[in-house]
Design a protein. Structure first.
Lengths: 310, 556
């Protein structure tokens, strides 16, 4: 009996996953998003093999702000570095920042959301007011205020978890300012989940609150976390770009935002150096669009109410 | 029903026309800005008040309205006089006599006499030692302690007696303000709250008639100007915080003159026959400073306090590459404290000058005891800690921006000799706070890439190493008794040859000890349109130190 049960459970799971994948991949937007994302992940994974080591002002050989040519497919910047080289190396930094910031944001958002929804009462009120604060204050403005302060406070050299402090600060700041939306969604879903009978059953069986939250509620929240996560990444890329554009990035590790900032400071826009502004700009646009498309597709797939009835 | 539709359509058309009209009108105005004979200029600047006692940032536009008594400009160019027409010094070099322009008037018609000049100087001098001493703005008490007396002989003659021989009476750049406007202003007000709102009253060629902070100043010709009312119909000086709108404004014909351009924009405009581009020397230093403080506020390693370490780093900095790559040739390579703009005093220190050689830098570090003993490619200091220096940088207000490529180069070279550097960019306020004297809460940084723009006067040229200016101008906080002695000696010397000799001695002391590595002396980049006005400067389209050429500019 139990053997049959296990077999059918695993088969059920496999069928559910394949059904989900079929649905998800069938989505036109998801396909486009996955292709774009796959391309940029590949680029970020092996920049050195694609375009050689990161060019610096010391190793730069090109002319100043030269337009695209066979020598430099995306032209050069104001110190003669190859823009293609910079954009490809920037992909790794931009994506790393965005993904790590998203992880932080999801962890904080989910924790706050589940705790508030599950316990209710005073814990809910307190946590939700904090969430409201981060919800109402535009996260970019908050990040803009926190970053220089944090940079000044943590500014001492060295590396924190393998990142330069200025990058680390940006990751943490983005993560800590963009979780409010996630927390709201997770809380509302938790409120509905905790009234279900399987939660009651677990409680009667003697599970602790932590174990109920982690083992019974959290797995049921995966769709929400995944769909929102994709949207948070897109937002994180934007915030990272904007912060770096305003000169708060690390000038030695060019992210796309830093490149845009350098382009603006060198006056690329007014001398018609479209390749210098355009290349990182298109990259930011494409990657964030890819994440939005994937996020929407995930949402569509998971959420039966949004499904078109055949 | 039909009628109603017609009415709606007519209303829509009216709205469309109404919204398009100002656009059409303004675009016409853009197309021919010459017609109204108003000079339009723009710069990266952020003037905050028209009160020269309260701010350093309003040099533009107040310099067009107020005159200096003599100042650096009048000593270099016979046709760019200030408030005084002539000046002379007695044989003992102590008594200076200034002849004020006879019959000169303020822009409101009041006579402008020696009394106003004496009032301005006495206003400053009497504040010395008081709680509200006037030492926070462009009009400043700095250097006034050498003055023995200021005397009005008659309306056209001012006499300044100094305690020791000093060039202060001709070199100071305090702006002379009218007594009849300023006599009721208290020191506390002059230091801060008195805004000196437009329209101003001055003796310069162009009078500020409207000032909008963060936007523009409108200036009208001074009909009482001593050499005749300027021929143009006025000026509009626009303030920006980036160079893009300036370059765009020049191209679209919206601006006649723009300064603070980037190298890329300058090159672009130089190819266009409608423009004349120019570059001027400035007294700006772009330097690398070491935090030489020991004790509270010291950097991450004691090596920063060791002249041998700093000297070795000097061999790892290629000033020529900085000029060629980062500044695109628009700078002179850095050497010592004396800027090339001060041509009388400049020396390239060729006999003691360090040359770029990474291997030599490495040898010198080895010799000084900073070796890589554990073989990880990173050197260790004498305490055995691996080097990891923090470089802070940022643009301070009132200076030309340092291209970030300069920092990339410096960090790159140091990395190549086994001294890794992390970079933090700070805004102007945070940078001042971090680099203040430890007693004021500053310190804790290792390296600093920063710019400073003072003047080409001997006193200012030595201020980077002055013991009195620790934490304000002297960011590395290095002090040296011999250097300070020369500095006080130079303040009371007026013989050019003697000054040059003293400057050379002081430059050599600080060069050998290397608390600063001079990176470059940048040029200011400017461009003007050819179509509307004539009379601009040939070498240096607009003066960076005075009102030139707005007294003589005329429409075509």
């Amino acid at each position: 009996m139990s053997k049959i049960n296990v077999l059918s459970r695993s088969r059920l799971r496999a069928r559910a996953i394949s059904g989900f994948l079929r649905h998800f991949i069938g989505h036109g937007g998801a396909q486009l998003g996955l292709v774009c994302l796959g391309f940029f992940l590949a680029v970020a994974a092996m920049p050195d093999t694609l375009v050689g080591p990161l060019e610096t002002a010391i190793t730069a050989t090109g002319d100043f702000l030269a337009p695209p040519s066979r020598l430099h497919y995306l032209g050069t910047d104001e110190v003669g570095r190859d823009v293609l080289n910079l954009v490809v190396h920037g992909a790794r930094i931009s994506l790393t920042i965005a993904l790590l910031a998203t992880v932080i944001s999801l962890v904080v958002g989910t924790t706050v959301g589940i705790t508030a929804g599950y316990f209710g009462g005073l814990a809910d009120v307190c946590l939700m007011r904090v969430t409201d604060f981060f919800f109402v204050v535009p996260s970019f403005v908050l990040a803009l205020v926190i970053t220089p302060v944090a940079l000044e406070a943590m500014g001492a050299g060295g590396e924190i978890l393998g990142f330069r402090p200025s990058l680390f600060v940006i990751i943490v700041v983005i993560g800590l300012t963009s979780w409010a939306f996630v927390a709201r969604v997770i809380r509302s879903q938790t409120l509905s989940l905790k009234e279900r009978t399987f939660i009651d059953r677990a409680r009667v069986a003697g599970s602790s609150n932590t174990s109920i939250m982690l083992r019974h509620i959290l797995p049921n929240l995966v769709p929400q976390v995944a769909a929102n996560g994709a949207l948070v990444v897109a937002n994180a890329i934007y915030i990272e770009t904007s912060l770096s554009f305003l000169g708060l990035g690390d000038p030695l590790q060019p992210s796309w935002g830093t490149l845009l900032s350098l382009a603006q400071r060198s006056g690329a826009a007014s001398v018609g150096a479209w390749w210098y502004l355009g290349a990182p700009g298109v990259c930011v646009l494409t990657v964030s669009l890819a994440f939005v498309l994937i996020g929407n597709a995930l949402d569509d797939t998971f959420n039966p109410r949004r499904r078109v009835i055949p | 029903m039909d009628k109603w539709q017609l009415g709606r359509r007519a209303a829509l058309k009216a709205m469309l026309i109404g919204s398009a009209t100002p656009w059409i009108i303004s675009s016409k105005a853009l197309a021919s800005s010459c017609g109204d004979h108003i000079v339009r200029l723009a710069a990266i600047a952020a003037p905050d008040t028209m009160n020269p006692f309260a701010t350093w940032s309003s040099f533009w536009p107040t310099v067009f309205t107020y005159d200096t008594l003599v100042g650096p400009e009048a000593q270099r160019h016979a046709d760019r006089k200030g408030y005084a027409k002539e000046w002379s010094v007695s044989d003992d070099n102590l008594t200076w006599t200034f002849k004020i322009w006879p019959g000169m008037k303020w822009s409101d018609g009041h006579p402008a006499t020696a009394k106003d000049a004496a009032f301005t100087y006495n206003f400053l001098r009497d504040s010395i030692g008081k709680p509200d001493e006037l030492n926070v703005g462009y009009n400043n008490t700095d250097g006034m302690d050498v003055i023995e007396s200021i005397k009005v002989v008659d309306d056209e003659t001012l006499q300044i007696v100094t305690k020791l021989p000093s060039l202060w009476p001709v070199n100071n750049f305090n702006l002379i303000v009218p007594e009849h406007i300023w006599r009721d202003v208290s020191y506390a007000e002059a230091r801060s709250t008195f805004r000196n709102d437009a329209p101003l009253v001055g003796t310069g060629p162009m009078i500020i008639s409207e000032f909008q902070q963060g936007q523009f100043a409108r200036l009208t010709p001074n009909s009482h100007f001593r050499t005749g009312k300027p021929k143009t119909a006025g000026m509009v000086f626009r303030f920006f915080d980036t160079a893009d709108p300036i370059a765009q404004g020049l191209k679209s014909g919206d601006l006649d003159y723009g300064v603070s351009l980037t190298a890329a924009q300058w090159t672009d405009l130089s190819k266009d026959p409608a423009f004349v581009v120019g570059e001027s020397l400035t007294p700006q230093w772009n330097y690398l400073a070491f935090n030489t403080v020991s004790g509270k506020g010291e950097g991450s390693t004691k090596a920063l306090q060791d002249p041998a370490f700093r000297d070795a780093i000097g061999y790892a900095i290629d000033q020529k590459a900085i000029v060629d790559r980062a500044m695109r040739g628009h700078a002179d390579p850095g050497v010592g404290l004396v800027v090339p703009m001060a041509a009388n005093y400049y020396s390239d220190l060729s006999d003691i000058r360090r040359h770029f050689d990474l291997a030599e830098a490495g040898r010198r570090l080895d010799a000084a005891g900073y070796r890589d003993t554990n073989g990880d490619g990173i050197r260790e200091d004498k305490e055995g800690n691996s080097f990891q220096l923090e470089l802070i940088t940022g643009t301070t207000s009132g200076t030309l921006e340092i291209p970030i490529a300069v920092v990339q180069l410096v960090a790159g070279w140091l990395g190549q000799i086994g001294i890794p550097v992390s970079v933090t960019q700070l805004d102007s306020g945070a940078l001042s706070a971090r680099t203040a004297a430890p007693a004021n809460g500053g310190g804790g940084w290792d390296l600093l890439v920063r710019a400073n723009w003072l003047s080409g006067s001997p006193h200012d040229l030595l201020s980077l190493g002055s013991g009195k200016l620790v934490g304000t101008t002297n960011k590395s906080q290095w002090t040296n008794d011999k250097f300070d002695k020369i500095l006080s000696e130079i303040d009371v010397t007026i013989d050019v040859n003697k000054i040059r000799e003293l400057l050379d001695q002081a430059s050599r002391i600080i060069y050998m000890e290397a608390p600063y590595i001079m990176l470059c002396y940048p040029f200011v980049l400017e461009a003007r349109r050819k179509d509307c006005f004539v009379g601009w400067g040939e070498k240096g389209i607009m003066s960076m130190e005075g009102y030139f050429p707005f007294d003589r500019l005329r429409p075509i």
